[in-house]
Design a protein around this ligand. Sequence first.
Ligand SMILES: Nc1nc2c(c(=O)[nH]1)N[C@H]1C(S)=C(S)[C@@H](COP(=O)(O)O)O[C@H]1N2
Ligand SMILES: [Mo]
Length: 321
Amino acid sequence: MIRTDPRTPDLFITPVDEVFIRNHLGPHPRLDPETWSLTVEGLVERPLRLDFPAIQGLPQVHFTAVHECFGNPLRPHVPTRAVTNLEWAGIPLAAVLELAGLRPQAQHVWLEGADSGDFAGESGLNYLKDLPLDQASADVVLAHTMNGEPLRPDHGYPLRAVAPRMFGTNSVKWLSRIVLAADRPDHLFTTRLYTRVLPGESQARPVREKDVSSKLLTPDDGRPIPAGSRELAGYAWSSTEVTSVEIAVDDADWQPAVLDRRGPDLAWQRFRLRYDLAPGPHRIRCRATDSAGRVQPLTGDRNAVHEIHVVAETGMRPAER
Ligand SMILES: Nc1nc2c(c(=O)[nH]1)N[C@H]1C(S)=C(S)[C@@H](COP(=O)(O)O)O[C@H]1N2
Ligand SMILES: [Mo]
C-alpha cells in the first residue's frame, strides 16, 4: 500500500497517520521486543546479540529527515512522489559497529529485516539491503521512535534503519541482522532491483542518494480557487541542500520562489511565491536545483517537475490557509 498526498500538506512534519506504508514481502512481522534481538556478525571482532534494553542503553540521537519512497523498483523512472518529513530518534549505527569492532576487510554493511516472502516471481526472500561501510557509519541511525512515539508495527517496530540521505528502500524495517562483509550481497533488492542508469551515465548504479525534487502542495491540485493574488507553495528536497526553486505558471517564464535554508538536518525546505492568478484554468509547475548542481528534468524521470492544475474563479470567497 502506498499513500501519497497528505491531507495536511502545510505541516512541516508529516503526522504518522499520513505516512505511506511500503512493504514488499507478505504480511509484516509482529515482533515482540521481549524476544526480539539484533545480531551483528561477519567481519567483526566481537559478534553481538543486542536486546532492546541494550539498544536503549546506547547514546541516543534525534533528527528530522525526508522519508521518500523511490517508487516501484520494476518501473524506476515513473514518478510516485510518495514523500514525508519525519522526526526520528535512535542510536547511530556507528555506536553498534564500535561495540562489535570492525575487521580491516569490512567494506559493506548488510541490513536484514525479519520479514520474508515473495516478490517479482522470486520466493523465500528476506528483505536485505546493503550500503558502503563509510556511508553507513556516517549516516545510518537505528531508529525506535518516529515523531516522538515508538515505531508502529507497520513502520518497523521495534527497530529499523534510517538512511536519511537515501531513498526509503534503504531504511530497513524490523531490523534483525547486521552483517559486515567484504562484498555486496547478490540479492533481488540489492543488485537485481533497485538499480538504475542515471542520465548521462552508462552503468547502472544502486538506488541510494535521493534525487533533487519538489512538490507543490498549495493550492490543492484540481480544486477551484479564488482568482487574484495567491500563495503558491510546497516543499523541495535532495540528498544535498536545495539551493533554488522556480515556479512557472502556464507559459510564463520560470520565476524564483522564496526558499527556506535547510539547516543542519536533512529535512525538506519550504518554498513559496505570491502570484496573481487571472480567472481561468492554470497549469503550475515547480523545479528545484540542489547544491550539487542537479536540476529536476522537465519530463521523463521519476523526479520530473511536478505540475498541478487549478481553475481560478471570480466571485469565490478567499479561504486562505
Ligand atoms: N524489512 C523491510 N524494510 C523495508 C521495506 C520492506 O518491504 N521490508 N520497504 C522499504 C521501502 S521500499 C520503503 S519506501 C520504506 C517505507 O517505510 P515505511 O513503510 O515506514 O514508510 O521501507 C523500506 N524498508
Ligand atoms: Mo519504497
